[in-house]
Design a protein around this ligand. Structure first.
Ligand code: ZN
Length: 248
């Protein structure tokens, strides 16, 4: 039997408390809906964490027990403490998977891991979006046809200032004419990162079964699949090797 994957669903959890439309869609918060959808997969053990908890809910203990972290933030990126950003970054480099959702493109930890501004163009006009599968053999695309269609979304457009992704799974087309790299894979240290675009807080995006299937697939893809024995040594391998014994 395959190993359980321990997932922590992190949410800033501010729009739900300020915005009526968002609250109506996500009365218990987006994290509750995302967690419930992930929990449908018996191989996933899911917990949640939010910004206003002590240490933003991301204590060393929680992160040590997290194989994959999902991240939703927007209004309060600047309130995430640098200490926690350092901690999450280190865990990613040591093999934790990270799935960054929607406006998380501007999260401190994502910008840190990318090393670029991560800026983009946007418009909120309830546009239709098609996420075209541009890499059908990728595990995150498993089970999908040529595209996923969302009837009403916020538009994100290029140029998206990220490094060239190690793999690209989805490219979005929008009714207004823009395109966007919507599903991007990156390797950083021992960790795998997936950026997934859909998720604006005033549309029912995380109630969409296909969107949640992408995120479940991404959790499986991002979970560390290498040799666990290398993890404790990650970042500590700068010691000189033993001298070569020269034959006489
Ligand atoms: Zn948005």
């Amino acid at each position: 039997m395959s190993k359980q994957i321990r997932v922590t669903v992190w949410n800033e959890f501010r729009h739900e408390q300020k915005n009526e439309v968002c609250r109506a869609l996500y009365p218990q918060g987006m994290h509750a809906v995302i967690a419930a959808a992930l929990q449908q997969d018996p191989q996933l053990s899911v917990r949640t964490a939010t910004l206003d908890e002590p240490e933003h809910g991301l204590t060393t203990e929680v992160l040590d027990q997290t194989d994959v972290l999902t991240w939703w933030g927007h209004l309060a990126h600047h309130e995430v403490s640098d200490e926690i950003v350092d901690r999450v970054q280190q865990r990613v480099l040591a093999g934790m998977g990270l799935i960054v959702l929607h406006s998380g493109h501007f999260a401190k930890v994502f910008k840190r891991l990318m090393g670029t501004s991560c800026s983009l163009r946007w418009r909120e006009a309830a546009e239709k979006e098609r996420l075209w599968v541009v890499n059908p053999s990728h595990p995150i695309a498993a089970g999908f046809g040529p595209y996923i269609e969302l009837p009403q979304t916020e538009m994100y457009g290029e140029h998206f200032d990220i490094p060239a992704p190690d793999d690209l799974v989805f490219v979005s087309w929008f009714e207004g004419g823009e395109v966007f790299r919507s599903g991007c894979c990156f390797n950083r240290g021992l960790g795998k990162i997936f950026y997934f675009r859909p998720g604006h807080e005033t549309y029912p995006i995380y109630h969409n079964a296909e969107v949640m299937q992408v995120i479940r697939n991404a959790v499986h893809w991002a979970a560390f699949a290498g040799n666990d024995a290398v993890i404790p040594f990650y970042g500590k391998c700068c010691e000189p090797l033993e001298p070569l014994k020269v034959r006489e």
